[in-house]
Write a protein that binds this ligand. Structure first.
Ligand code: NAD
Length: 487
C-alpha cells in the first residue's frame, strides 16, 4: 500500500482535547501547509480559563483513577496497550503528522511513529521497576527515600518532530504516575490530538492527558504560570525557554525541564573514514532540512582532508530533490513556514555580507511550498552570524583547523552545548576530545540518535536544563521525600 495521500481529503481532528473528547473552538491562527503554502486550517487559542479547565480535569482524573497509587504494573499494562494502538494506527498518524509538518510521510511509519511507540514501552517498563531507596543509617534509625508523582505536569512541544516530542513528555510523566496538560505547537497539533484520543481508547483514564491548542503568549504562559501545575517540561527554542523561566519566577517556583536550541559542531580529523564522515555530515544537515535541535550545523575539518570531504558533501547536497511531505517518495523536507525560510535567507545574506562564500545553495528552491536549498558556507569565523545563530535550516558552515587545540577552540560555542560529532580512527583522541567537548551528547564516528532510549538527551550551557529519555526522564517526573524513622 502506498503511503502517498491527498492532503485536501484528509479529515483533521481540530479542537482542544479535554477529558475524553474534542472541544470545538473558534480558529484563530491561520495554518499554512509547508509543502505547498496553502492556508488550510485555523488553530484555536486556549485562554487561561480553558487551560484551567484542562488542569482541573487532570486533577479530578488523578483523584478518581488513583493513577499514581494503583499497582504500578497496571500503569505499565495500559501504556503498552496505548503503544499497540499507535502501531495499529501508524499510517493514519503518519498522515496527520505529514500534512501540517515538515516530516515526509515515507519517513514516519517506520521512523518517528515506530520510535514513539517503542519509547512509550520503554518508559512503561520503569513503572514497576524504579522506586526509592533504603539508605545506610545507624542502628537507631531507618532512613529511606520515597518517591511520588508530581501531580499535574505541564508540557509544551515544538513543531519539528511533533508526535515524538509529545511522547518524550507524555511517556515518562504517565509512567511515573502523573497527569499531563500538553500544548503542541500551533503549527502541528493534529497527530498529538490523535495520540490523546488513542490513549483514552487504550484505557488510560480520561483526563490524564489533556491537549490545549494555542500560542506561547496566551496558552503557553497560562500553562507555565498555573498554580496547580507542579512541574514544567518544555522543548523549544532557547528564547522561549528563557521567557518560560521568567514567567515561572514571576508566578511561583516550580521545577522545569528545558530542552532548548543547539549549534552543534562536527569535527573531522584526517585519519577519519572520509566517506563515512561525509555521509553523516550531509545527512545531519539535510535531514528534516536541518530543522533538528541536534543538526550538526558547524563542520570543522582538518585542513589536509578538507578538499575531498567538501567534494563528497557537495555531491550529496546537490543531488537532493524537494518533494511534498504527502508523497511517499519524498526525501527532502520543506521549511516549516515562509517566515522561517525568510529568516534563513536573512542569516545567509548577513553572513555573506560579513565575508562568507556560498559553495552551494543559499536560495529558496524552485518548488511549491517553503523549500530552501542545502547550503554550504565557507570563509566564516567565530563571529559570523551563520556560526553563532541557530539557523534551524539546511545551512552548514565550514571551518578548518591545523591541530587538536585549534579544533577545540572552534568547536566551543559561547552559548550552545547540545551535541557534537567527532570523526577519527584514533581511539585515544576520540576519548580525549570526548572528555573536553562541552555538549550533552557526543557521537563518535556517527551522527544522530540510535534507538537506545536509555541514553538521556539534553544540553549543556543554554541548550537546556535536565534530560529527556533515559532513566533520568522517568525520575524527573517524580519528586523525592527523605524519611527517617527513629527505632
Ligand atoms: P519555539 O520555542 O518557538 O516554540 C516551541 C513551543 O513553545 C511551541 O509550542 C510554542 O507555541 C511554545 N512557546 C513559545 N513561546 C512560549 C512562551 N513564552 N511560553 C510558553 N510556551 C511558548 O520553538 P519551535 O520553533 O517550535 O522549535 C524549534 C526550536 O526547538 C529550536 O530552537 C530547536 O533547537 C528546539 N528543539 C530542541 C530540542 C531538544 O531536545 N533540545 C528538540 C526539538 C527542538
Amino acid at each position: 500500500m502506498s503511503l502517498s495521500f491527498d492532503p485536501d481529503s484528509l479529515a483533521l481532528p481540530m479542537g482542544h482535547f479535554i477529558g475524553d473528547r474534542l472541544v470545538a473552538a473558534e480558529g484563530v491562527i491561520a495554518m499554512h501547509r509547508p509543502s505547498d503554502g496553502k492556508a488550510y486550517a485555523d488553530c484555536p487559542v486556549a485562554d487561561a480559563d480553558l487551560v484551567d479547565q484542562a488542569v482541573q480535569t487532570a486533577k479530578t482524573a488523578l483523584k478518581q483513577s488513583n493513577w499514581g497509587g494503583v499497582r504500578p504494573r497496571e500503569r505499565l499494562k495500559v501504556l503498552h496497550r496505548w503503544a499497540d494502538l499507535i502501531e495499529r494506527d501508524a499510517v493514519e498518524l503518519a498522515k496527520l503528522e505529514a500534512v501540517s509538518s515538515t516530516r515526509p510521510v515515507g519517513h514516519l511509519v517506520e521512523g518517528d511513529i515506530a520510535v514513539s511507540a517503542e519509547q512509550i514501552r520503554f518508559f512503561a517498563e520503569f513503572a514497576d521497576k524504579e522506586g526509592g531507596d533504603l539508605v545506610p543509617t545507624d542502628d537507631g534509625n531507618l532512613g529511606m527515600i520515597m518517591t511520588e508523582p508530581y501531580g499535574v505536569v505541564g508540557a509544551i512541544t515544538p513543531w519539528n518532530f511533533p508526535i515524538n516530542m509529545a511522547v518524550w513528555k507524555l511517556g515518562p510523566a504517565l509512567a511515573a504516575g502523573n497527569a499531563v496538560v500538553l500544548k503542541p505547537s500551533e503549527m502541528t497539533p493534529f497527530s498529538t490530538i490523535r495520540l490523546a484520543e488513542l490513549a483514552v481508547r487504550a484505557g488510560i483514564p480520561a483526563g490524564l492527558i489533556n491537549i490545549v491548542l494555542g500560542d506561547g503568549m496566551t496558552t503557553g504562559n497560562a500553562i507555565t504560570g498555573h498554580p496547580d501545575i507542579a512541574k514544567i517540561s518544555f522543548t523549544g527554542s532557547t528564547r522561549a525557554g528563557s521567557a518560560i523561566m521568567e514567567n515561572i519566577a514571576r508566578t511561583g517556583i516550580k521545577p522545569m525541564t528545558l530542552e532548548l536550541g543547539g549549534k552543534s559542531p562536527q569535527l573531522v580529523f584526517a585519519d577519519a573514514d572520509i566517506d563515512r564522515a561525509a555521509a553523516a555530515v550531509a545527512t545531519s544537515i539535510t535531514s528534516n532540512a536541518g530543522q533538528a535541535c541536534v543538526a550538526g550545523s558547524r563542520l570543522i575539518v582538518e585542513k589536509s582532508v578538507a578538499a575531498p570531504l567538501i567534494a563528497a558533501i557537495l555531491k550529496k547536497m546537490e543531488g537532493i530533490v524537494p518533494g511534498p511531505t504527502w508523497d511517499a517518495a519524498s526525501q527532502y523536507s520543506p521549511i516549516i513556514s515562509d517566515r522561517q525560510r525568510q529568516r534563513i535567507g536573512d542569516i545567509v545574506a548577513a553572513s555573506v555580507a560579513a565575508g562568507a562564500q556560498c559553495l552551494t545553495g543559499g536560495r529558496p528552491m524552485d518548488a511549491p511550498g517553503y523549500f530552501y536549498s542545502p547550503t554550504l558556507l565557507t570563509g566564516v569565523d567565530q563571529t559570523s552570524p551563520a556560526v553563532i545563530e541557530e539557523i534551524f535550516g539546511p545551512v552548514l558552515t565550514l571551518q578548518t583547523f591545523e591541530d587538536e587545540e585549534e579544533a577545540m577552540i572552534l568547536a566551543d560555542h559561547p552559548s550552545y552545548g547540545l551535541a557534537a560529532g567527532l570523526f577519527t580512527s584514533d581511539l585515544s583522541r576520540a576519548i580525549r576530545l570526548t572528555r573536553r567537548l562541552q555538549a550533552g551528547t557526543i557521537w563518535v564516528n556517527r551522527y544522530g540518535r540510535s534507538r537506545d532510549h536509555i541514553l538521556p538527551t539534553g544540553g549543556y550551557k543554554q541548550s537546556g536544563i535536565g534530560k529527556d529519555l533515559g532513566r533520568e526522564a522517568f525520575h524527573a517526573n517524580r519528586k523525592s521525600k527523605s524519611v527517617l524513622i527513629g527505632l
